[in-house]
Design a protein around this ligand. Structure first.
Ligand code: ATP
Ligand code: MG
Ligand code: FE
Length: 340
């Protein structure tokens, strides 16, 4: 079974073809970062319009790269939510139209389920059950995963998402949007313990997070240190170490609680090498394994949508009825493939 995947939930247009026997055949992403950089964040109307411009050429490119024509497809998956409604509607309209014209099933995929399953596209994928840490621009969640569609939320951020905290902190440090990757660069030249940030909510039981305090902590340090470039690098380092420690402490707790010995870390922030090193060290000490997506599949992409659509269609889901998208959609509302 071959499934075309279309991602348009935010500021990346992503398209891919996943093939049940040959694996990922091709994928391509167009990032709108340059388009939104001037505004310091994603402008929803501009995002929707750019998806309109990009999505069909990307579909053609990915089909050509796959060596396939649309005739060879068995289904179409598109991101149904959560995300920006106008942006989601572009992918839904294109995906459903393609499917309708060819009498194929069209399936609306949950964006966070797709992030969560992306590490299964790698060699040596984790077996179920496992614990998943999802760290992206809009979400920070710990999830107990029993199988595809079997998710129990263990904890989440009570305020800013991890990626949002990276982006806001980067902005305070004068870095352009989206600042996560640039903050990681800046932190490389920073001294480890010059600034000791708090590790929020690690001193009490539970698996929830809070990152908004780190941003305030940064603001105060930036005001006190003026334009000193070394101080900026040291602040970036202090911030990143605090996020790394906090996430690793909560993951260790979740691993011990679940007893699965397998941790999946996915979403844009999982591209961060300092964080990965911290998770790897924690897991080694716990006798657990950690599984990440390859770097290109950490941030938004079509491959994770095509793959999730494939798993669901191959597992017995019939496709989504009706043309609607879902801006807010809890992961726990999902059910196993074939059970809906
Ligand atoms: P969501 O998936 O919650 O809807 P999103 O789709 O916008 O949000 P992703 O595309 O998964 O999020 O990830 C983007 C986020 O990842 C941004 O906040 C970005 O700064 C962050 N990010 C990307 N690379 C890195 C990195 N190397 N270090 C830290 N953060 C990073
Ligand atoms: Mg993005
Ligand atoms: Fe995302």
């Amino acid at each position: 079974m071959r499934v075309l995947g279309i991602e348009t939930s935010c500021d990346e247009t992503g398209v891919a073809v996943y093939d049940g026997s040959a694996g990922l055949r091709a994928h391509a992403v167009h990032s709108q970062v340059d388009l939104h950089a001037t505004y310091g964040g994603v402008v929803p109307e501009l995002a929707s319009r750019d998806h309109v411009r990009r999505v069909l050429p990307l579909v053609e490119q990915v089909l050509a790269d796959s060596g396939l024509t649309a005739d060879a497809l068995d289904g179409v998956a598109y991101t149904r939510g959560p995300g920006l409604v106008g942006a989601l509607l572009v992918g839904a309209a294109v995906g459903r139209s393609l499917a309708w014209a060819r009498q194929l099933p069209a399936i609306g995929v949950h964006h966070m389920e797709a992030h969560l399953l992306a590490p299964l596209l790698e060699d040596d994928p984790p077996a179920f059950p496992f614990v998943a840490l999802l760290v992206s621009g809009g979400h920070t969640m710990l999830v107990q995963v029993a199988g595809v569609g079997r998710y129990r939320l263990l904890g989440e951020s009570l305020d800013d998402a991890a990626g949002e905290a990276f982006d806001k902190t980067a902005k305070l440090l004068g870095l352009p949007y989206p600042g996560g990757p640039q903050l990681e660069q800046l932190a490389r030249g920073g001294e480890p313990d010059r600034y000791r940030f708090p590790r929020p909510m690690t001193d009490r039981p539970g698996l929830d997070f809070s990152f908004s305090g780190l941003k305030t902590f940064t603001r105060n340090l930036v005001m006190a240190s003026g334009d000193d470039p070394q101080a900026r690098a040291d602040i970036a380092r202090g911030f990143q170490d605090a996020v790394a420690d906090t996430l690793a402490i909560k993951c260790r707790r979740a691993l011990r609680q679940s007893g699965t010995g397998r941790l999946v870390v996915a979403g844009g922030v999982s591209a961060n090498q300092t964080l990965r090193a911290r998770f790897d060290a924690m897991a080694a000490a716990e006798g657990a394994t950690v599984h990440y997506p390859r770097l290109a599949l950490c941030t938004d992409n079509g491959a994770m949508i095509a793959y999730t659509g494939y798993l669901r269609l191959a597992g017995g889901d019939r496709g989504t009825n009706g043309f609607n998208v879902t801006a807010r959609w809890p992961l726990e509302a999902l059910v196993e493939p074939g059970a809906g």
